[in-house]
Write a protein that binds this ligand. Structure first.
Ligand code: C2E
Ligand code: MG
Ligand code: MG
Length: 263
């Protein structure tokens, strides 16, 4: 009932208990994996729409469970959110990602890095301090870091989110709105939130066909970004046709399996 928005009743069914038991043991395993550094981070390039050169890397957390094998971040990030330790999880990923980028910069690569931030962390006023400490410890230039937040979950506590994101930007870190267009009040977010980058939900790219409404919507979002002075990233680009469309419509950055899977 809580998971479906509270204030309702549901009939008990044994599958729910099984799921709850699985969640409980998975949650404990996840805490252990986090504490023992058993998670890992994959990186997917974000590519310049014109030159096709990688300009940034998105850090995506990975968990190989000892018995159950690969578990998707959508599942276990959700568990960390429900059980109140997603701030630790995101900080762990950010620490690893910043350190890895510093190593790449030392090797001569000119790249940036983007980390995902659970929207729950945005009501946590300590979050900017955590980011500041990670930058200090790893020695990464703040201008090379982007924090991606998902608009869907932002609506609950918009005021707190604005304060947190302002503080993050004061550090010199960029803020990107992830999965843009899939939430409820996207346009409202655009003038309420302090933002630097617009990242279009991959649904618009995967459903893209020339001369359809999806194509028009995609094009309009790119223009919207231009009008607001926000660079636009399209994710989930899987085919040459999708890339050609985006390039033709001057999408600033692209990301997806067509260029590289997360590695
Ligand atoms: P996201 O931030 O929107 O990340 C993009 C997702 O799209 C990734 O899934 C990536 O593997 C996938 N993807 C990339 N290119 C393509 C493509 O061409 N086609 C398709 N179909 N998919 C593509 P992944 O790694 O499973 O992550 C899923 C979500 O989990 C992420 O969505 C993000 O919201 C969340 N997540 C991942 N890592 C973290 C993390 O460290 N912290 C938090 N809070 N959330 C994370
Ligand atoms: Mg993301
Ligand atoms: Mg996304």
């Amino acid at each position: 009932c809580k998971a479906s928005g509270r204030n309702r009743s549901l009939r008990f069914n044994p599958a729910l208990e099984l799921r709850a038991q699985e969640d409980l043991s998975l949650e404990q395993d996840l805490r252990r994996a986090l504490n023992e550094n058993l998670l890992s981070v994959n990186y997917q390039p974000i590519v310049d729409g014109r030159s096709g050169e990688p300009v940034s890397l998105e850090a995506l957390v990975r968990w190989q469970h000892p018995q159950q094998g690969f578990i998707s971040p959508e599942r276990f990030v959700g568990l960390a959110e429900q059980h109140g330790f997603v701030a630790e999880l995101d900080a762990w990923v950010a620490r690893r990602a910043c350190a890895d980028l510093v190593a790449l910069l030392d090797e001569g690569y000119d790249l940036r890095v983007a980390v995902n931030c659970s929207a729950l962390n945005l009501s946590n006023l300590q979050m900017p301090e955590v980011v500041a400490r990670i930058l200090e410890r790893t020695g990464l230039d703040p201008a090379r870091l982007t924090v991606e937040v998902t608009e869907n979950a932002l609506m609950n506590s918009l005021g707190a989110a604005v304060r947190t994101l302002d503080a993050v930007r004061e550090l010199g870190v960029k803020v990107s709105i992830d999965d843009f267009g899939s939430g409820y009040s996207s346009l409202n977010m655009l003038y309420t939130l302090p933002l630097d980058i617009l990242k279009i939900d991959r649904k618009f790219v995967s459903e893209l066909k020339e001369h359809t409404r999806t194509a028009s919507v995609l094009n309009v979002i790119v223009q919207l970004g231009k009008g607001l002075g926000l660079p636009v990233v399209a994710e989930g680009v899987e085919t040459e046709e999708q890339f050609a469309f985006l390039r033709e419509h001057n999408c600033d950055y692209v990301q997806g399996f067509y260029f590289s899977a997360p590695l």
